[in-house]
Write a protein that binds this ligand. Structure first.
Ligand code: ZN
Length: 395
């Protein structure tokens, strides 16, 4: 075990340091049982923690008491997770804990996501295909990092914020979304819940939340115009629901995170997809956007995640063995529109490459991440860590 270890006067104590606060942190019974079991029965490691094999162990001296403490680095909070005799420590390893440990040792499914950038096995992971030249960048810059369209957007607003995000620093709560953004999240969550039903059923126009002037779904409440607009969008979605014609043989994965590794750039690319589905034997990635008034500009320009989807469609990151389709569903005040994109058309692919490169290249080449204090600070959850944060935004 690493973290801070103390021993003396028959007491052994381990202090686990956490990045955030430990005040309301959920307790992990398996972690506690393993930690106090080792504290009670283990011998001290005398060799350097950097020199892992073989370890040199000191003499075992029985402890009178063992204690496990966790410390929150963000606010100096602390909590005693266990204190007792070695017998009481060993008793924490119940059959339930053992069964859970077995499951952990056996492993499970792959879950590609932000952690992939810190994983040494990413280059050979079956869930993260290596796609040379995915980002059009040669030569690694910084150590391996992950990048998503959200990183690209944040970087444009403030490079420092994107960097602090990449360090996984504890966040302060950001400012609240505006009404349209809350309506968008409520509509997304409602449609996602319909697609998660088993057995699969297509969405229907009368299956909408209510009452019409004020409704809530998950943690999002909407009222007035936004409430009525949200219901209209949900009912409109039924007209273009991907399960409409193929409910029986369809396979549906709402909100799936997919990843690909660009070895040249040494970057793990993460995409949070709205919906991956297979209907009539054909895989499609559908992104859904809600806007009262649709913008008639270039679709890939407006929605860079679509540009990234085009680049990923022919790689193993999306299902369909390199033949995944991509489409955009727009739910608007004037009705639903589904637009398929031709991911095999050279002009579409080169446009997608141009758009993704414009986001990713400056981020990849940057080594300083200068802050852009001002407007970007207003909803930034990292201002307390940022010496350049604009006046009045520090929390
Ligand atoms: Zn649907």
């Amino acid at each position: 075990m690493t973290d801070r270890r103390y021993a003396g006067y028959g007491v052994r104590e381990l202090r686990i340091t956490r990045m955030g606060s430990v005040q309301d942190r959920p307790q992990d019974d398996v972690e506690i049982a393993v930690a106090v079991g080792v504290l009670a029965g283990g011998s001290p490691v005398l060799s350097s923690q950097w020199n892992r094999a073989p370890l040199t162990l000191g003499r075992f001296e029985p402890a009178r008491r063992v204690r496990l403490v966790e410390i929150g680095c963000a606010d100096a909070s602390h909590r005693v997770l266990f204190e007792g005799t070695p017998e009481e420590a060993h008793a924490r390893c119940t059959s339930e804990v053992e069964a859970q440990l077995d499951r952990i040792v056996m492993g499970g499914s792959y879950r590609p996501g932000n952690d992939c950038a810190r994983c040494k096995a990413v280059a050979s992971c079956p869930a993260v295909p290596s796609v040379p030249d995915l980002l059009g960048i040669s030569g690694p810059g910084a150590p391996r990092r992950s990048w998503s369209v959200a990183t690209g957007r944040t970087y444009r607003r403030c490079p420092a914020r994107a960097h602090l995000e990449g360090l996984f620093l504890p966040r302060d709560s950001a400012s609240e979304d505006n009404e349209a953004a809350i309506r968008g999240k409520a509509v997304h969550a409602w449609i996602e819940s319909r697609h998660r039903r088993t057995p699969h059923r297509p969405c229907t126009p009368d299956d909408v939340p209510g009452p019409p002037d004020a409704w809530q779904y998950a943690e999002w409440s909407v009222t007035g115009l936004q409430a009525r607009l949200g219901i209209q969008m949900i009912a409109d979605h039924a007209l273009v629901c991907p399960l409409r014609d193929h409910p029986d043989d369809a396979e549906v994965h709402p909100e799936r995170t997919v990843a690909a590794y660009d070895p040249g750039a040494d970057v793990v690319v993460i995409a949070k997809t709205d919906l991956l589905y297979r209907a009539a034997g054909r895989w499609t990635l559908r992104e859904t956007k809600t806007a009262r008034v649709p913008d008639e500009g270039d679709l890939l320009d407006q929605h860079p995640q679509l540009a990234l989807a085009v680049l990923l469609a022919r790689t193993g990151a999306l299902p369909g063995d390199g033949h995944c389709h991509v489409e955009l569903e727009r739910l608007t005040g004037s009705g639903p529109v589904v637009t398929p994109l031709d991911v095999t058309a050279p002009d579409v692919v080169s446009e997608a490459r141009r758009i993704v490169a414009a986001y990713v290249q400056p981020w990849h080449a940057d080594t300083r991440y200068p802050a852009k204090p001002g407007k970007a600070c207003a909803d930034c959850p990292f201002t307390r860590w940022c010496p350049d944060a604009a006046e009045g935004t520090g929390r």
